[in-house]
Design a protein around this ligand. Structure first.
Ligand code: GUN
Ligand code: ZN
Length: 442
């Protein structure tokens, strides 16, 4: 197996950066090297040192003056919603009924699922995202399509067929038993195959009967190493309807709690309107609250109080995500730009090192896979994004007055998108170059 030696400005985080001067929270090399072999990073550090470890036939790629970071991680997105994104004028429940559920009925067709899965993963990679926690549609075929495309690309992705058996059109409904059986079959076929991870995925309490949440809980007990993903406390009408459907529950979080769905591998999308009790319950169980700023703004759902959740006595584990197609952009740079504004509306700030920590190591920690992805550490999988802070005329001009790495990162977040992504490596393979992802989608 040949090895590859990348050269560029490398940045990788060791922990949460408290301030922009908290230098020991990250490792930055102005002339850095990454030696890749068999899909892994086998050496990282100053280029001169890393080069000494390379073998004779090593392929050298010089990315200077660009930045090399761990590939971005998107902790929540819906791959069947590529043709839902940019749908006008509705709040969550109407948006689901008017646009989303009808669109997702199309995924009973395996060919359609395969086409959209291919385009979705191409789009993710073009935007620098190398791992996504994805919702498929209710149809087993949609998850088959997603995993097949993901496996073909050798991407580390987390995904699951949604479980939903009520309050939606017939074409997107399963039953408690078929959801259990299909999830079991998909777990057996895909979980642990290459880099694939299965997530047990009850869509949300409104579309699952108590019997189905019971089944989801059984799956979690039978497979404690798997992720569980769902939606929680996104919108006031959603919360009211949930409490009507589950009258015994103290609150929305308690619905999931009663079925054993909280835990360190549990990812709860949105979590905007949590009470203190609910936040305590998530914190006590190590559950993850997923911040989806473009979606929260687009659907008018509310402002996720990132800094309060992070600093409260019982702190929450937090991830960040696009939530496409409620979210409005595939880019995690655009996502953190909107996130910055949402946090600002709560009177707080997120500094650029904190943002880039969140996109990489922070999301990897939240997904409990930081031993594989989210850093440029030796031994990590070689998922890497190459960023160009001068990608557009406006960025180039602004860079003339940016003197520090913090300023450069903030500029990338504020003005950057897929145009700032020069190359993406997935398990050591150059995807933009190899797959022709620079050109318009086929
Ligand atoms: N709640 C249940 N399903 C969905 C979905 O597809 N998108 C969003 N944003 N919220 C949901
Ligand atoms: Zn969602």
């Amino acid at each position: 197996m040949t090895s590859t030696l990348l050269r560029g400005r490398t940045l990788s985080f060791l922990r949460w950066p408290e301030t922009v001067d908290d230098h020991s929270a990250w490792r930055y090399e102005d002339d850095g090297g990454l030696l890749l072999r068999d899909g892994r990073i086998v050496a990282a550090g100053a280029y001169a040192e890393v080069e000494k470890k390379a073998d004779e036939g090593v392929k050298k790629i010089d990315h200077r003056p660009h930045l090399l970071l761990p590939g971005f991680i998107d902790a929540h997105a819906h791959f069947p919603q590529m043709q839902v994104i940019a749908s006008y004028g509705a709040e969550l429940l109407d948006w689901l009924n008017t646009y989303t559920f009808p669109e997702e009925t199309k995924f009973q067709n395996a060919q359609h699922g395969r086409r959209i899965a291919r385009l979705f993963l191409d789009e993710m990679v073009r935007h620098g995202t190398t791992t996504v926690a994805a919702y498929c549609s209710v149809h087993r075929e949609s998850a088959e399509a997603f995993f097949a495309e993901s496996h073909d690309r050798n991407m580390l992705n987390v995904a699951g067929k949604v479980m939903m058996d009520r309050n939606a059109p017939e074409g997107v409904l399963d039953t408690p038993q078929s959801a259990y059986d299909d999830s079991k079959a998909l777990i057996a076929e895909w979980h642990g195959k290459g880099r694939q991870h299965y997530a047990i995925t009850p869509r949300f309490a409104i579309t699952s009967s108590p019997e189905q949440l019971e089944m989801a809980g059984a799956l979690c007990r039978e497979h404690p190493d798997l992720h569980m993903q769902t939606h929680l406390s996104e919108n006031h009408a959603e919360i009211a309807f949930t409490l009507q459907l589950y009258p015994q529950a103290h609150d929305y979080t308690d619905v999931y709690e009663q079925y054993g769905l909280l835990g360190r591998k549990s990812l709860f999308g949105h979590c905007i309107h949590l009470s203190e009790r609910e936040a305590d319950a998530l914190s006590d169980t190590g559950s993850v609250a997923v911040f989806c700023p473009t979606s929260n703004l687009f659907l008018g759902s509310g402002l996720f109080d990132y800094q309060r959740y992070r600093t409260r006595e019982k702190a929450l584990r937090i991830a960040a995500a696009t939530d496409v197609g409620g979210g409005t952009n595939y880019s995690m740079l655009r996502t953190m730009d909107e996130g910055y504004k949402a946090i600002a509306l709560n009177g707080e700030k997120l500094n650029p090192f904190q943002s880039f920590w969140q996109l990489t190591r922070g999301n990897a920690e939240a997904l409990s896979i930081v031993e594989r992805i989210g850093t440029l550490d030796q031994g990590s999988d070689a998922d890497i994004v190459v960023l160009d802070a001068r990608a557009t005329p406006a960025m180039r001009l602004r860079m003339e007055t940016a003197d520090t790495l913090a300023e450069e990162l903030f500029l990338l977040q504020t003005l950057g998108d897929d145009r700032a992504v020069r190359e993406v490596y997935v398990a050591g393979r150059a995807m933009k170059c190899d797959l022709g992802l620079n050109v318009a989608m086929k």
